[in-house]
Design a protein around this ligand. Structure first.
Ligand SMILES: [Zn+2]
Ligand SMILES: [Zn+2]
Length: 212
C-alpha cells in the first residue's frame, strides 16, 4: 500500500493503492466540515476505515463495478452504514446501491460538490466524478490511454466519452485514475490528437494505448 495525498483549499484527497490489481481508492475530505466520501472499494476494508478516522463518511461512490474496485464493498457498506451510489446502468454489483446516479447529477457532502460525468465504454455504467480541477476517472482514462474495452463498439464509445466529456474540461484538470499515477487533460489531449491522426485500424479495441 502506498499513500500519495493531495491538498487544496477546500479538500484533502487521500489515495490508497489496494488489492492484487493495485487499484486506487480515493478518500475526499472537506477541509471545513470533515465530511468525506470514498471512491471505489478495491480491497482491505480495514485500511480504508482506518483512513476515514476523524472524518464523517457520507457516501461510497463507485466509478464502475469491476471486481478489482468492489472487493471491500460489502464489508465497508455494512460497517459504515452509509449509502452506496453507482450509475443506473452498472449491474451485478455485490451490494445494491441506495442511489442510482445519472449524467449531470451532483453529490454534496458538507460544503463540497461533486459532478457526475457519464463516460460509458469500459463498462456500460462507468462514471467519473469532478470537483474543480480534480477528475476521478476510474478506468475510463489512464496516462497511457483509454481503459480496456471488450469490443470495437465499446472502444468507439469510450473514445466518444473521453472526447465529449473529459477533453472539454480545462487543460489543467488533473485525472486521478483507478490505477497508477495522475495526469492532466492537456498532456492526454496532445497524445490523443497524435493517436487519432495516425489511426487506421477500424477494428481497434482491448488494451489500446495512445502510442499504439
Ligand atoms: Zn475496470
Ligand atoms: Zn480497474
Amino acid at each position: 500500500m502506498m499513500n500519495a495525498n493531495k491538498e487544496s483549499q477546500d479538500i484533502q484527497i487521500k489515495k490508497l493503492v489496494l488489492g492484487t490489481y493495485s487499484t486506487n481508492c480515493y478518500i475526499i475530505i472537506s477541509q471545513v466540515t470533515g465530511d468525506s466520501v470514498i471512491i471505489d472499494a478495491p480491497a482491505e476494508p480495514d485500511i480504508i476505515i482506518e483512513n476515514l478516522k476523524d472524518t464523517h463518511p457520507c457516501y461510497i461512490l463507485l466509478t464502475h463495478g469491476h471486481k478489482d474496485h468492489v472487493g471491500a464493498l460489502a464489508k465497508l457498506h455494512s460497517k459504515l452504514k452509509i449509502p452506496l451510489a453507482a450509475h443506473a446502468a452498472e449491474v451485478g454489483l455485490p451490494v445494491i446501491p441506495e442511489i442510482r446516479l445519472n449524467d449531470g447529477d451532483k453529490i454534496t457532502f458538507g460544503d463540497i460538490l461533486l459532478d457526475v460525468l457519464y463516460t460509458p465504454g469500459h463498462t456500460p455504467g462507468s462514471i467519473c466524478f469532478l470537483h474543480n480541477k480534480y477528475l476521478f476517472s476510474g478506468d475510463t482514462i489512464f496516462p497511457r490511454g483509454p481503459g480496456y474495452t471488450r469490443s470495437t463498439s465499446d472502444f468507439r464509445q469510450i473514445i466518444t466519452s473521453i472526447k465529449d466529456k473529459i477533453f472539454v474540461l480545462p487543460d489543467d484538470t488533473e485525472f486521478l485514475p483507478g490505477h497508477g499515477m495522475s495526469t492532466s487533460v492537456k498532456r492526454e489531449k496532445n497524445k490523443y490528437t497524435d493517436f487519432i491522426l495516425r489511426q487506421r485500424d477500424s477494428d481497434l479495441h482491448g488494451d489500446v494505448t495512445w502510442s499504439s
